[in-house]
Design a protein around this ligand. Structure first.
Ligand code: GDP
Length: 506
């Protein structure tokens, strides 16, 4: 059952053009914020509900919109905003921000016009193929010649191939002041309108799919992740897998800090109960909306990492026998040392249902060159979670496959994780060494095994165990559920909250 869901909006633009001020104004003026006495948590995103009686509804934002549509609109008046994060992963998140969003609001300060980061943001938005709304901010600034400045900005936008509404395009432009709030209500109406026109829908009856937009390690609560639910519903108590990290939803909180039992499409929630810190951008469940090329390749790689098999099974369809042979010959070079690509089926013609059925059965991906995907095949692929990639340029096809194969080769010689432990305490040892007080969460860790210490998904040190103690007694092995003290050789600069993994190279 498809229902209208709130649009997910990201605000992009050059530094100091007023993104934070705008996000803050919207957050503070929202009904929910007032209900909660203005107390809001920062979880990387928030939702606002737009009151129906908003003044501008009857005026500008309703230009040419039939009454029926307007009434429908009145039923769903929530918007999810992603906060632009100011941490180190800013660049990365910014591009991801555009990808997880349905609508991007581009903020341009009226006195500055388009600046380098504005241009960068435009590129991200265009690449992610999300709808755009341009906001010209700071119109309250004294001494600004509105007419001249607006004309200048419109010209600059046109130069960037942005088709503004007033020139017959589909990108609205709104002058406003994030500081005084003038025009912000119009922006909110505009967002709802754009969302309505694009029929942004979700299905709350499905299993949850979502993306991590923020994650951290809390001293008391353990790993925390803000997951933006893209589709389906996430429920408290549910077992989840987030980009390879397992967990059980122990608690969920919305942006106002309120504990919630479930979160449906477009809802951002802070989730407690993951076993370790997950990466920003990691996915919950099967994210079916794979539109961006890089995301597609990433999900392919993730699939391979999860999979038991270490060969890439492919079904190849191409327009002509000749191109088929050329592709196969180029890909065969990867098989010289050992077989990494398994050609399950190759044939000329469009990608049909039977190709997807085969791919689903054997766990293959489907690669098309200069061919189309039949509608029923695309549907089946979505249901069966079969990845289809089509190309018109042979080098792009080869590049993508090469990336996947390289990952495969790496994974092929990866290690087997034997045990995992959380560092829950630390004790001084000798002159300047420290013992890590650990609790085993998986498998077993034994002396002599290789170990590594992981923080927020990053390896911070590798070595062996010099000493392994249960209470005061030196032991050879500690199993899941037990506590122990570990002394690393060489010493590793661990911290409480880090994870210790023991592994062997296969
Ligand atoms: P960001 O870097 O894009 O997040 O920009 P900020 O929201 O931090 O704003 C940068 C500066 O511009 C701050 O000093 C804000 O107070 C100021 N500012 C933001 N919006 C407005 C506005 O509408 N009018 C005026 N006069 N100043 C603004």
């Amino acid at each position: 059952m498809n229902e209208i869901r709130p649009p997910v909006v990201t605000i992009l633009g050059h530094v100091d053009h007023g993104k934070t001020t705008l996000l803050d104004f919207i957050r503070k003026s929202s009904v929910a914020a007032k209900e909660h006495g203005g107390i809001t948590q920062h979880i990387g995103a928030y939702q606002v509900e737009i009151p129906k009686e908003s003044k501008s509804r009857e005026s500008e934002a309703n230009r040419g919109i039939p009454r029926k549509t307007r009434d429908d609109l009145a039923e769903n008046r929530k918007i999810t905003f992603i906060d632009t994060p100011g941490h180190a992963a800013f660049e990365q998140m910014r591009s991801r921000g555009a990808k997880v969003a349905d609508i991007a609001v581009l903020v341009v300060a009226i006195d500055d016009g388009l600046m380098p980061q504005t241009l960068e943001a435009i590129k991200h938005i265009q690449k992610a193929k999300v709808s755009m709304i341009v906001v010209v901010n700071k119109i309250d600034l004294p001494g600004i010649d509105m007419k001249v400045q607006l004309a200048k900005i419109k010209k600059q936008l046109s130069d960037q191939k942005i088709n503004l509404e007033e020139y017959g395009g589909d990108v609205p432009l709104l002058p406003l002041s994030a500081k005084t709030g003038k025009g912000v209500d119009k922006l909110l109406e505009m967002i709802l309108l754009v969302s309505e026109m694009h029929e942004i829908k979700g299905d709350s009856t499905l299993a949850p799919a979502g993306v991590v937009i923020e994650s951290s390690l809390d001293k008391f609560k353990g790993p925390i992740a803000t997951i933006l639910i893209r589709n389906g519903t996430l429920k408290k108590g549910e077992q989840i897998l987030v980009g390879g990290v397992k967990g059980k939803v122990r608690g969920m909180f919305d942006w106002s800090g309120k504990s919630v039992d479930s979160a449906g499409p477009s809802v951002p929630v802070e989730v407690l109960g993951l076993e370790s810190v997950s990466a920003v951008g990691a996915k919950l469940g099967k994210e079916a909306e794979v539109t961006d090329e890089a995301v597609q390749v990433m999900s392919l790689i993730e699939k391979l990492k999860e999979g038991e098999t270490k060969t890439l099974k492919v079904v190849i369809k191409a327009d002509k026998q000749g191109s088929l042979e050329a592709i196969q010959a180029s890909l065969d070079k990867f098989n010289e040392e050992k077989k990494v690509i398994d050609f399950v089926f190759t044939g000329a013609g469009d990608i049909g249902e039977e190709n997807i059925k085969l791919a689903a059965t054997v766990g293959a991906i489907v690669v098309g060159f200069n061919v189309k995907v039949a509608t029923n095949a695309a549907k089946l692929a979505e249901n069966e979670h079969v990845l289809i990639r089509t190309y018109n340029i042979i080098y792009e096809l080869l590049d993508d496959i090469e990336e996947v194969v390289n990952t495969l080769l790496e994974v092929g010689q990866l290690e087997e994780v034997l045990g995992k432990a959380n560092i829950i305490a630390e004790f001084p040892f000798g002159k300047n060494e420290r013992v890590a007080g650990c609790r085993l969460t998986e498998g077993a860790i034994a002396k002599g095994q290789k170990i590594r210490v992981i923080r927020e998904g990053q390896v911070i040190g590798e070595g062996k165990l010099k000493s392994l103690r249960k209470v005061k007694e030196e032991v050879n092995k500690v199993e899941k559920g037990n506590d122990c003290g570990m002394l690393f050789d060489p010493p590793i600069d661990f911290a409480i909250g880090d994870i210790v993994e023991s592994f062997r190279v296969i």
